[in-house]
Design a binder for this molecule. Sequence first.
Ligand code: ADP
Ligand code: TRP
Length: 316
Amino acid sequence: MSKKILLSGVKPTGKLHIGNYFGAIRQFVANQSQYDCYFMIADYHALNSVQNGPEMRSQILELATDYLALGLDPKKSVIFKQSDVSAHTELAWIFDSITTMPYLMRAHAFKDAEAKDKEINVGTFNYPMLMAADILLYDTDVVPVGQDQKQHIEYARDTAQKFNNLFGQTFKLPDALIIESVKTVPGNDGRKMSKSYGNQLSIFATDEEIKKFVMSIVTDSGSGVPVNVRAIHELLRDKEYLDRLYAENAGRYKALKDALAADLMAFIKPFRESREKFAKNPKKVIKILERGAKQARKSADDTLERAKRNVGVTIS
Ligand code: ADP
Ligand code: TRP
């Protein structure tokens, strides 16, 4: 029996942080044997914000290197970039045509973007349609993502259903895979860890950067337990261990922060060292993406052809 299909992606918009790792990439790595996996670099999604050629090139290479250093294995999984498979943008156009503006205006990401800047670009508005195409082109069963992406997976499901109702059974409905215990990793200010808030810790941080980050975590006075310190600690240690540690050190925030810093240093070190090796050979990284694109096209082109036939634009 063939394996189920898993697909996910990350935008090449900056260094990966521990929120990205625990919320998404760790699930990518862990599922590589159980599923047929596709891991994408969402460069066309990033184009909404990265609008500088050299910067885009370097961010793509950085993310591909990060993927490999964190354990994505090109022998097991297809690792590719979105722009190499033109079926993604072509299918997104078909989806645009069957989707209404009010429906897209209900997306949280659109509302957030519009609240910050009224003149958002059309790519940001259409974001969920390109993401639906990313997912549906591979007959994907599961999509591992952080909690904040849940609505986007629902948009992909709705769009598949709408298309199937209009044109006949074409797309499989995907499910999100969200790890309940992780959900949202907090940053040093207690809000969601995010590049856009500048509150993050790189998953490849040096010991100095780790210390600086941990010391800057905001702590509330009074309860004896620094909630934000413990929330990050929970990613690394089990409950029993932490219950004891935090009880023994109640109110001693410096000691608890030191313990967290030591655990983070031990956790991050192998990733940092592995990354240094991959970073020495960018040509190899580029080759891996080229090979991945070839593999991805095989599956995506078949699905697109099926969709075009059902839409009626393929007439032969
Ligand atoms: P950022 O918010 O830093 O720009 P992205 O939107 O690029 O991060 O997220 C890439 C992946 O990492 C997504 O699957 C997202 O859900 C997950 N992710 C991002 N931040 C967190 C977080 N703080 N906690 C858990 N998962 C996260
Ligand atoms: N929107 C996702 C994010 O911001 C990135 C992404 C693009 C994605 N296409 C995808 C994730 C397809 C899962 C599946 O993190």
